[in-house]
Write a protein that binds this ligand. Structure first.
Ligand SMILES: [Mg+2]
Length: 270
């Protein structure tokens, strides 16, 4: 059941010229369930610190969920930097954030390995896409928008996974992801680049995302922000937790996915 919910501006204030889309959870479901890898790992790390030993698992989980969620949409390294700070706060000796990131990625790959293999073997990508993704991308291009992909996942993986999902060609503005030197990439930087490359006003940009960061960034420059609150494991309906955070971040609309493009199209292009 599709339902589009208007939160702030019902429609963009100006005709749209460019779009920026997040990848994981907004287009791709390949990394579905990454939180179930990151959160237990981070709890494990904190539970080994001197003061963490005195906290219950529930307390640690609450602390971890809070910062993991708030930083979702930024590069993964920021969640790991924060983990290192939390270790120090509990009198532990933190590892380099990159060490945490590599361990997270090693565990995540175990979880998603079979999905990547199936796609490499030519399986239909549909079940690893947010419903209606192709239709959304086609519609944005048909309306003449320059379409950009910007992800907090490492760029090499984003490019590979976008190819496997057969969506790369839609992104005529380019595909951007996290760099080893994390200071050289942010979604806010990509947005600034879009604005200057296309000589845009903020209001001519539309953003689609399931994370706090991209919605807040688009909202802050006066763009039109569509919060995509897909229930990723069901591939249907709304994830209430995402919905709540996306509204806080500044979403104009909340949608469960793109399965009713007709309704969405008339809302954003009327
Ligand atoms: Mg995302």
């Amino acid at each position: 059941m599709f339902s589009l919910e208007i939160i702030r501006n019902p429609k963009p204030l100006q005709p749209l010229k460019a779009a920026i889309l997040d990848f994981d959870g907004t287009i791709s479901l390949i990394r579905e369930g990454w939180q179930q890898v990151m959160i237990p790992l981070f709890i494990e790390v904190l539970a080994e610190t001197p003061n963490g030993k005195l906290e219950t698992t529930t307390e640690l989980e609450h602390a971890v969920r809070e910062f993991v969620d708030l930083l979702t949409g930024k590069q993964t390294i920021y969640q790991c930097i924060r983990l290192a700070e939390e270790v120090a706060k509990r009198n532990g000796i933190p590892q380099e954030p990159l060490v945490y990131k590599h361990e997270y990625h090693r565990r995540l790959l175990q979880r998603i390995h079979h999905r990547l293999e199936a796609l490499k073997n030519g399986n239909n990508p549909t079940e690893h896409l947010v419903p209606g993704s192709y239709h959304l991308l086609q519609t944005l291009r048909q309306h003449g928008l320059v379409v950009y992909l910007a992800s907090g996942t490492d760029e090499v993986f984003v490019k590979e996974e976008a190819d496997l999902l057969r969506v790369t060609d839609y992104f005529n503005g380019g595909v951007y992801g996290a760099q080893d030197d994390h200071k050289t990439f942010s979604k806010a930087m990509v947005i600034q680049r879009i604005i200057s490359e296309n000589n845009l006003q903020g209001q001519e940009l539309i953003g689609f995302g399931d994370g706090y960061v991209e919605i807040e960034n688009v909202h802050n420059i006066g763009g039109f922000a569509v919060g995509v609150a897909t229930n990723e494991s069901e591939r249907s309906g709304i994830d209430d937790w995402k919905r709540k955070r996306l509204i806080e971040a500044g979403a104009d609309l909340i949608i469960p996915d793109y399965s009713d493009m007709e309704q969405l199209e008339s809302q954003i292009f009327a």
